[in-house]
Design a protein around this ligand. Structure first.
Ligand code: FAD
Length: 460
């Protein structure tokens, strides 16, 4: 008899687990309430945001970069609707691709909202489902300021900010984390005035301080304004005008006005409507579905993966967690380490981090040495005018193992893989020092940073 697997949620956690479970011989049913598969990531997250980042970067190149090179290209108009249409086509191709993959793997796809009616018993469209294994992959949703509800008209979440029909005149962004910084980059490149209001004393507070500083300097040079150590205490939206009352670092009050505000203050696990209490499933203090290290919930045979479970809210974490879980359930050796989850800000330049940060190493009291290499000393960085960032590696002093790395440059997300492999394989820096990298490439800076951790960098 085939084992049965019921998966609730068709995002990267759910659909990837469904495919892997089917490959391993399970009889799989996937329930998704949205008309499209792919979850937040494909519909209103990773993919549409990266599309707009790429298209707006072309505008940035045309307006800012080409003139330095004597290329006289005049920007007459931005047909924003055309960009939005192209973004929509990509999303649609990808979500249809998932529907095809489910069919190919003989996965039953049920369109509807799932809820528990009893322990290990789920109802969708008045049909009852019981299964050997139930995987909860219902994702996350934006957090909104309690005193200023999101209407997706002028008071936006990332979903609304990605779907705008018009380029804002003045976009105010509450929260300078990954999503805020990405959306701010998009609209600044397209010509909006962009102002950040950030509660912490720096942007991208989950990254090391040197990263925050570099990124903020670059964004300031592009005309983006920042109010740090500042909180929004009141918001009003009337006839297309949004007014924010803010409290600055010295407690003084000031106001900002714009036509749109984006609230990017974080996301919370999405468990609404699941009737988890009827299923006997417990939440932790922060509202995530409580799981053990094996991802099992308070009920035997019911698991939680992706954004709705504890850990970084990232698509690759969601899908890897799902694959590792399913492989374990079907007797395959699988491993998955939260320290190996890469984290990227897809601004220009990008920031890509993997492993431990300096803050993590300090917190764990692990003695470490730093190797750093700036792209201003890298030929390709200079050629591509991608010379403001750096590579930083963090090496354990006692084992000489690479513990963490961050890359700040235009292709950082693509370049990070070498460091990921080194960390996952517990490589020592000696293993990387003599790697011959093609010249001239940005990747030469990766090895130079490794060399620099022992003061052996050639070009710096
Ligand atoms: C603007 C933005 C940009 C992002 N960019 C990146 C990025 O570049 N890289 C990255 O790694 N991550 C990015 N993320 C995060 C990424 O989108 C999420 O981490 C990822 O989608 C989580 O996958 P998931 O499967 O856990 O949940 P989701 O993708 O949220 O999917 C959950 C699914 O469950 C469905 N569902 C919920 N409740 C029910 C129910 N009761 N019955 C049936 N179906 C239900 C929902 O409709 C949804 O489709 C971004 C997020 C945002 C908002």
């Amino acid at each position: 008899m085939k084992k049965t697997v019921l998966i609730i949620g068709g995002g990267p956690a759910g659909y990837v687990s469904a495919i892997r479970a089917a490959q391993l011989g399970a009889d799989v049913t996937l329930v998704e309430k949205h008309k499209n598969l792919g979850g937040t990531c494909l519909n209103v997250g990773c993919v549409p945001s990266k599309a707009l980042l790429q298209y707006s970067y072309y505008v940035h190149l045309l307006k800012q970069e080409f003139q330095h090179l004597g290329i006289d290209a005049t920007l007459n108009n931005i047909h924003f609707s055309q960009m939005q249409e192209k973004k929509g086509q990509i999303v649609s191709n990808l979500t249809q691709g998932i529907a095809y993959l489910l069919k190919k793997n003989k996965i039953r796809h049920v369109h509807g909202e799932a809820k528990f009616v009893a322990e290990k018993t789920v109802e969708v469209n008045q049909e009852i489902f019981k299964s050997d294994y139930i995987l909860l992959a219902t994702g996350s949703k934006p957090i909104e300021l309690p005193f200023f509800p999101i209407d997706e008209e002028h008071v936006l979440s990332s979903t609304g900010a990605l779907a705008l029909k018009k380029i804002p005149d003045h976009l105010m962004i509450i929260g300078a984390g990954v999503i805020g910084l990405e959306m701010g980059s998009v609209y600044r490149a397209l010509g909006s005035k962009v102002t950040f209001i950030e509660f912490f004393d720096r942007v991208a507070p989950s990254f090391d301080e040197d990263v925050s500083k570099t990124l903020m300097e670059i964004m300031k040079q592009r005309g983006i304004e920042f109010h740090l150590k500042t909180k929004v205490v009141k918001g009003e939206s009337n006839s297309g005008k949004v007014k924010l009352s803010c409290e600055g670092p010295d407690k003084s009050l000031f106001s900002l006005e714009g036509d749109y505000v984006l609230q990017s203050i974080g996301r919370k696990p999405n468990t609404k409507g699941l009737d988890l209490d009827k299923g006997g499933i417990q939440l932790d203090a922060k509202g995530f579905i409580q799981t053990g290290p094996d991802l099992m919930t308070s009920v035997q045979g019911v698991y939680a993966i992706g954004d709705v479970a504890v850990g970084p809210m990232l698509a690759h974490k969601a899908s890897h967690e799902g694959i590792a879980l399913v492989e374990t359930l079907f007797g395959k050796p699988a491993s998955y380490n939260l320290f190996e989850v890469p984290n990227v800000i897809y601004t220009h330049p990008e920031v890509a981090h993997v492993g431990m940060s300096e803050a993590d190493l300090k917190a764990h009291q692990l003695p470490y040495k730093v190797g750093k290499f700036p792209f201003k000393a890298n030929a390709r960085g200079l050629v591509e005018h991608d010379d403001k960032g750096f590579v930083k590696v963090l090496v354990c002093k006692s084992t000489d193992r690479l513990m963490g790395a961050v890359v700040v440059c235009s292709h950082a997300s693509e370049m990070l893989a070498m460091f990921q492999l080194a960390i996952a394989q517990k490589l020592k820096i000696q293993d990387l020092k003599h790697l011959m990298i093609a010249h001239p490439t940005l990747s030469e800076a990766l090895v130079e940073a490794i060399l620099n951790s022992d003061n052996e960098s050639i070009h710096f």
